[in-house]
Design a protein around this ligand. Structure first.
Ligand code: AMP
Length: 284
């Protein structure tokens, strides 16, 4: 497993592999790897000749009051997990390599990045799109793998790849959950025991929404939202940011529910922000 620290080295490896006609999958991560990340690696390994995992905690996607400094980092643990999965290369660029002092260009995601999580995290998706554009240019992958867990991010990245003409296919992979339903996230490590049990309300609320739509035949967005919000409010440790039911293609608001629809939730438990979502389809 090669550890690559510079963009130049990454690009020259990529050019060499392309010249040999080999395909490459990229799994972009911020490290502190868990089964959710590793599932993306397995998808990539199954569909490409080589898999590159990037580990980079991207400063420009964190707001000034967010957790950039204390974001979990576990370099040795991460490398061990990737070695066990037979990953070909890990791209771990230096901060100064990605963002030299005079760095001033960035990607603007427009309205797609300003709804849902973009409301309470202004600039977040511009930061994500900027780093992903840089990673695509450094790695030049045939395919790049993202989790449905960060649903809005997948919509932004697909749009980025299409509108800025990256020749990279964006592959979205299913959410990996703990046995009790909590979506895996590096940020779950911040939760104490009480908060960890309170966090189960996210998945319970999503499943309630799904049930109301599928077996209850409820087609009114406001009514479904209301029931979900009522359930979430029974958990005193949870501060709701939003519960929304939107069009899964472009995140646009919908009036009446005609599946497929995306139900998405964001909450804060203490200082920890958690998100989750579910796509409700007529047949599974
Ligand atoms: P992060 O390190 O949080 O930036 O996540 C890196 C990638 O892993 C993103 O594409 C995430 O959507 C994906 N990911 C994170 N958690 C999960 C999960 N529980 N299931 C599937 N993919 C995930």
């Amino acid at each position: 497993m090669q550890i690559i620290k510079t963009i130049k080295e990454m690009q020259s490896m990529s050019r060499k592999l392309r010249a040999e006609g080999r395909t490459m999958g990229l799994v972009p991560t911020m490290g502190a790897l868990h089964e959710g990340h590793l599932s993306l690696v397995r998808y990539s390994r199954g569909e490409n000749d080589l898999t590159v995992v990037s580990i980079f905690v991207n400063p420009v996607q964190f707001g000034p009051d967010e957790d950039y400094q204390k974001y979990p980092r576990d370099k040795e643990g991460d490398l061990g997990k990737l070695l066990a999965l037979d990953v070909d290369a890990v791209f771990m660029p230096y901060n100064s390599e990605m963002y030299p002092d005079d760095f001033s260009i960035s990607v603007r995601t427009g309205s797609t990045g300003q709804v849902l999580c973009g409301v309470s995290r202004p600039g977040h998706f511009d930061g994500v799109a900027t780093v992903v554009a840089k990673l695509f240019n450094a790695v030049m992958p045939d395919r790049a793998y993202f989790g449905q867990k960060d649903y809005q991010q997948t919509v932004v990245i697909k749009k980025l790849a299409r509108e800025l003409n990256f020749g990279t296919e964006v592959v979205v992979c299913p959410i990996v959950r703990e046995l009790d339903g909590l979506a895996m996230s590096s940020r779950n490590a911040y939760l104490n025991d009480e908060q960890r049990s309170a966090s189960l309300i996210l998945y319970r609320a999503l499943k309630l929404g799904e049930k109301l739509i599928l077996s209850g035949g409820m087609a009114d967005v406001l009514l479904v939202r209301e029931e979900m919000v009522r359930l979430i409010e029974t958990e005193s440790l949870v501060d709701m940011d939003y519960v929304e039911i939107v069009n899964p293609d472009d995140l646009a608001p919908i009036q009446a529910i005609t599946p497929p629809v995306l139900i998405c939730i964001a909450v804060k438990i203490g200082n920890t922000r958690l998100i989750d979502n579910i796509i409700v389809r007529l047949s599974k």
